[in-house]
Write a protein that binds this ligand. Structure first.
Ligand code: SAH
Length: 277
């Protein structure tokens, strides 16, 4: 069974229905569709220049920052041979999967519990002529049924907040070859302050997710033979993206919750990379 609970049913329904301009219009810029946030400085020239074309410049700039986020994740995967295989766990419309294939030429499996995302990403793979090498599956990442030890790298790009971490890392650990690399980029709450702040709770309600504590990631990885080799705090690097998005035509209304939570220190945007031992 792909959807193992009423909870997963509601997550799948959310993503099956999702047609948010903040995702579609940005993806239309160059045909790579992301469902994650951006990092890096905003080019100030975007806000200058003719008013009539300002909106298009802002959209293109937000897309550039989201692509920079995926590039940074892929930079942390290490070297993957052309003959290797990698897994994009919670792949959305496939943006990071295609970028990883372009970088390494390796085989990519993307999994999502949304049928409409599988259809969209598969159509993209055909259009790009890579359907043999980049495949999308309607599959639960907690229980993929894929071959044990077959993957050189596995990542979650903003998809860990939909699952129990121990279940997730047990499955990743099974799929990864020894010496393989795991990478996640995720928002997590800062457990220095106890439980999630009000702004983090607003994010959870908006996306039907449950942001985990920073410490839970590290404890759960270690418990599943995934030894962290780097933790990069991207909080300061993602704030300019949110500031730009808050003033854009594609703002969804959640921007203030993210900005409040990042600024008051209760929420952090992290990259964590780990080696499978
Ligand atoms: N990684 C993508 C999409 C992030 S959005 C990107 O960066 O663009 C979160 C994704 O997680 C959605 O595609 C959703 O369907 C997927 N997801 C949530 N729970 C899942 C589960 N149990 N198994 C597989 N995918 C899941």
């Amino acid at each position: 069974m792909i959807l193992a609970s009423p909870y997963q049913q509601s997550v799948a329904e959310y993503w099956n229905r999702e047609k948010d301009p903040v995702n579609i219009r940005l993806g239309d810029v160059d045909g790579t569709y992301h469902h994650h946030y951006g990092i890096g400085a905003v080019d100030p020239s975007v806000l200058e220049g003719p008013e009539e074309t300002r909106e298009q410049r802002v959209i293109a700039e937000m897309h550039r920052l989201e692509t920079a986020q995926a590039t940074f994740l892929i930079d942390n995967l290490g070297e993957v041979p052309t003959s290797g295989r990698v897994l994009d766990a919670g792949c959305g419309r496939g943006g990071t999967s295609f970028m990883a294939h372009e970088r390494f030429g390796c085989g990519v499996d993307g999994v999502t519990i949304s049928e409409s995302q599988v259809a969209f990403a598969t159509e993209q793979a055909e259009r790009r002529g890579v359907a043999e090498r980049v495949r999308f599956h309607l599959t639960n990442m907690l229980d993929t049924g894929f071959e044990t030890g077959a993957y050189q790298a596995v990542w979650n790009n903003e998809s860990t907040m939909y699952v129990n971490l121990d279940d997730l890392f047990a499955e990743h650990s099974r799929l990864l070859a020894r010496g393989g690399r795991y990478v996640t980029i995720t928002g997590c709450y800062n457990d220095t302050y106890g439980l999630p702040s009000r702004a983090v709770s607003e994010i959870n309600a908006r996306y039907i997710c449950s942001v985990h504590a920073r410490g839970s990631y590290l404890r759960s990885m270690l418990a599943h033979r995934l030894v962290p080799i780097s933790v990069v705090d991207l909080t300061a690097a993602t704030i300019p993206y949110w500031e730009l998005r808050a003033t854009s035509s594609v703002a969804t209304g959640i921007e203030d919750s993210f900005l409040t939570a990042y600024r008051d220190g209760s929420f952090q945007y992290l990259l964590i990379a780990a080696d499978r031992v």
